[in-house]
Design a protein around this ligand. Structure first.
Ligand SMILES: *Cc1c(COP(=O)(O)O)cnc(C)c1O
Length: 384
């Protein structure tokens, strides 16, 4: 049996999601899955290989070291670093042969110098801030000027002009369309000078919501992992959840009325019942905000997290008649016996989003790549 807890990563589902998303794209539109933050907590290395097999044209990251790590397993596929690079990170991005994002003249000058020093040509994606108000320049003239700089320098290649949506997950498309139109207008001007420059904008929500957002490439993150960018149900978009999180029953005890479980005695038995202790807690990324709010699956049934989530353990009220035994498998995210707990559902009592739920699973939890999750309880508690 595994220690404490494990996150199972269904690489078959990951490939399915890539193909599903790619099937929505017109011919020639590139699929660029975003595998930043350790693939949204799913484990970057096995995910990099799987998306490369499933038709990714390029893979995006937030940092140079993420791209470098990926380069060790995918020698040929184009990579893109989306985030801001500190001067000390530029060299690593270049040696990973990743394209980089740029929006500032001083940065482009440094990039060009370092690319020349390395004897390499770096692809540059000029970031146009059309309304996210975060990275990028809001000045379309500066975008064109930087595009000219990149196009003219022998160690730079003007690869793309791009933007990022602030509201693509919202029902009201007004602002998304404004951002899209700003990119389209500038892109038209840019193409008069640089016919080959590519445009990209769409995250998962933009990809799913409107093909007019696709431009020449899409950058889905959350949907690749089978989570719903709109926070509801991935099945609505024919996406399969990739991650499931499991632990096992370490102890089962009979509780008399008045007995309490966990720190602060925030939960007490009102009637005779049985309480299980599960060796997973906020040190593993099971958030303390789930105390007396979350649920887990054991034996194919939902049971409430009863008492305060501690660093290394949670406690669960099994009910008086429970036949749950030590060693039984516990599913915190995923399916068991026809019941499912989605990351989307875990997010609700926490006041957060599915993204943060999987990103928050801590490094203490091993990510185990599998070809096909069976999603079913294993009597005796996990056979791995
Ligand atoms: C994270 C990120 C994405 C992916 O967003 P999802 O909502 O997960 O699809 C795309 N583009 C940029 C710039 C990002 O930072």
């Amino acid at each position: 049996m595994y220690e404490r807890a494990e996150a199972r990563i269904d690489l078959g589902a990951l490939r399915h999601n890539c193909r599903e998303l790619k099937s929505r794209l017109a011919e020639g539109v590139e699929l660029c899955p975003v595998l930043k933050a350790d693939a949204y907590g799913h484990g970057a290395l096995h995910c990099v290989s799987a998306v490369a097999e499933a038709g990714a044209d390029r893979i995006a990251f937030a940092t140079a070291s993420e791209a470098m790590l990926a380069r060790s397993v995918v020698p040929d596929i184009p990579l893109l670093v989306l985030g801001a690079l500190a001067p000390g990170e530029i060299e690593m991005a270049i040696s990973a042969r990743a394209d980089v994002a740029a929006w500032e003249p001083g940065f482009i000058a440094t990039l060009a110098d370092q690319a020349a020093a390395a004897g390499l040509v770096v692809g540059v994606h000029i970031k146009y801030d059309t309304g996210m108000g975060r990275l990028g320049t809001t000045d379309p003239e500066l975008v064109l000027e930087l595009a000219r700089t990149a196009a003219a320098h022998p160690n730079l290649k003007l690869a793309a002009i791009w933007t990022h949506f602030a509201t693509a997950d919202e029902a009201d498309a007004t602002f998304r369309d404004l951002q899209r139109d700003r990119l389209a207008e500038l892109g038209e001007r840019a193409r008069r000078e640089f016919p080959d420059v590519r445009l990209h904008a769409a995250n998962s929500a933009g990809l799913i919501a409107d093909s007019a957002c696709h431009f020449d490439m899409v950058r889905p993150g959350v949907a690749v992992y089978g989570m719903d960018p709109f926070g509801k149900d991935p099945a609505d978009h024919n996406l399969l959840p990739v991650l499931s999180l499991h632990s096992w029953v370490a102890s089962v005890k009979d509780f008399e009325p008045g007995m309490s479980a966990g720190y602060g005695r925030t939960w007490r038995a009102e009637q005779p019942t049985r309480v299980a202790a599960i060796p997973v807690g906020y040190g593993d990324g099971v958030r303390r905000g789930l105390s007396n709010k979350g649920e887990v699956l054991i034996g194919g049934r939902r049971h409430p997290i009863s008492g305060t989530v501690s660093m290394d353990n949670i406690t669960v009220d099994l009910g008086a008649d429970s036949d749950v035994r030590v060693g039984d498998e516990v599913t915190l995210i995923g399916s068991q016996g026809g019941q499912t707990i989605l990351a989307e559902q875990v997010a609700v009592p926490l006041g957060t989003i599915n993204y943060e739920v999987t990103c928050g699973i801590s490094p203490r939890v091993p990510r185990v790549g599998r070809e096909e999750a069976d999603g079913e309880a294993r009597p005796g508690g996990g056979s791995r």
